[in-house]
Design a protein around this ligand. Structure first.
Ligand code: F6R
Length: 261
């Protein structure tokens, strides 16, 4: 696992945006895994900027969302599909139908989860998966206790996650859905490159447990330690509880120019 500590989230957005641009430059039909929430916005802004500057086309790429709320009213702007349409698709050139999320309106949700797994496989798997981290250590919406081998399925959000996400629902926790469909930890681990971003002091404890704690279902993000190509990009605040922070800084500052993330 590589841990990159950067001064601020804008710099992180540029670094990860550059990595995605490089991937798509080499492999235009790349499959991207998209996270939602506040953390990846800096990356989406960077991709939009690169597209506007004529440096990046996602016209042949595909993308899969990590997760989706169940039960939001039709057209709710906080649905993750709507979030990605607004924050990323509107600013780049994905082909129609190239961005997919779990079908949470299907009559048979269990089959819809299996269909999503099949669609991921049919696309050849995810090349680069963006991840945020919950204050309780979740990735996707795999809450503590999720099997490290789990696949796409229905989950119930913890009270902590519902409280954290109330900020997207006018601070009304009652409006935050109880249920979601999320890619499982086993599903996420099949992506070829995992890039987890964490910003701000509220993520420091979870980031430290994920990177330096034991691998445990109680901290789902600790599953990244099992992955051969995982990158964790944090700002100084989110890095504040890392024991080996100085080592990560030295490693990054001495990294050879030719070696990508
Ligand atoms: C969202 C997702 C979640 C978020 C996490 C952090 O698609 O997968 O794991 O990444 O809840 O959310 P923010 O970025 O809003 O702090």
């Amino acid at each position: 696992m590589e841990v990159v500590i950067l001064p601020d989230r804008a710099t992180a957005g540029q670094l990860v945006g550059g990595t995605i641009a490089e991937l798509v430059g080499k492999r235009p039909e790349a499959v991207l895994g998209l996270a939602t929430g506040s953390t990846p916005l800096v990356v989406y802004r960077d991709l939009a900027r690169r597209h506007a500057a004529g440096e990046l086309s996602l016209g042949r790429a595909q993308a899969f969302l990590l997760d989706e709320y169940i039960g939001l009213p039709t057209g709710d702007p906080e649905a993750y599909r709507a979030f990605i349409a607004r924050e990323l698709e509107a600013h780049v050139d994905f082909a129609p139908g190239a961005v997919r999320g779990p079908d949470v309106r299907a009559g048979d949700l269990v089959s819809a989860c299996d269909d999503y797994e099949r669609a991921l496989r049919a696309a050849g798997g995810v090349d680069l998966q963006l991840l945020g981290i919950g204050t309780d250590g979740h990735i996707g919406f795999n809450e503590p206790g999720s099997s490290l081998a789990s696949r796409t399925r229905i989950k119930t959000l913890t009270a902590q996650t519902r409280r954290d996400n109330a900020r997207f629902f006018d601070d009304d926790v009652e409006r935050v859905p109880w249920h979601v469909v999320t890619q499982g930890i086993g599903t996420i681990l099949e992506a070829r490159h995992l890039v987890l971003l964490a910003f701000g002091p509220e993520k420091a404890a979870a980031a430290a447990l994920a990177v330096e704690g034991p691998v445990t279902a109680m901290v789902p993000a600790s599953a990244l330690q099992l992955h051969p190509h995982a990158t964790v990009v944090v700002d100084e605040e989110a890095a504040s509880a890392l024991h080996l922070a100085d080592y990560y800084r030295e490693t990054w500052s001495h990294k050879p120019d030719w070696q990508a993330l």
